[in-house]
Design a protein around this ligand. Structure first.
Ligand SMILES: [Ca+2]
Length: 94
């Protein structure tokens, strides 16, 4: 997926680890909850990723992945771009 301009790719894990869904919770659940609260894509991702990483007993080595600059690599650069992206306009939540 590298090389496609103006596209942000988010996955619940990378190509080296499995994804896990425990009863009532998953990366997607945490990520979408953040978006529904009006968080940026970057913050919602960061929150969901931290939740996964803070619970290794449930999610093992699952590693959420984000690429927002189309280089095919997940890094801090992507987070800074995703920090400016919204799925839901926060103004409509007021
Ligand atoms: Ca990237």
């Amino acid at each position: 997926m590298a090389g496609v301009k103006n596209r942000t790719v988010i996955t619940s894990t990378d190509d080296k680890s499995l994804t896990w869904q425990v009863t009532y919770y998953s990366f997607a659940e945490a990520f979408l909850t953040g978006l529904q609260k009006g968080e940026t894509v970057g913050r919602a991702f960061k929150y969901a990723k931290k939740f996964i990483e803070d619970n290794p007993k449930s999610f093992s080595r699952q590693t959420p992945w984000l690429d927002a600059n189309s280089d095919g690599i997940s890094s801090d650069d992507d987070f800074f771009i995703a920090e400016k992206q919204y799925l839901i306009n926060p103004k409509i939540l007021d």
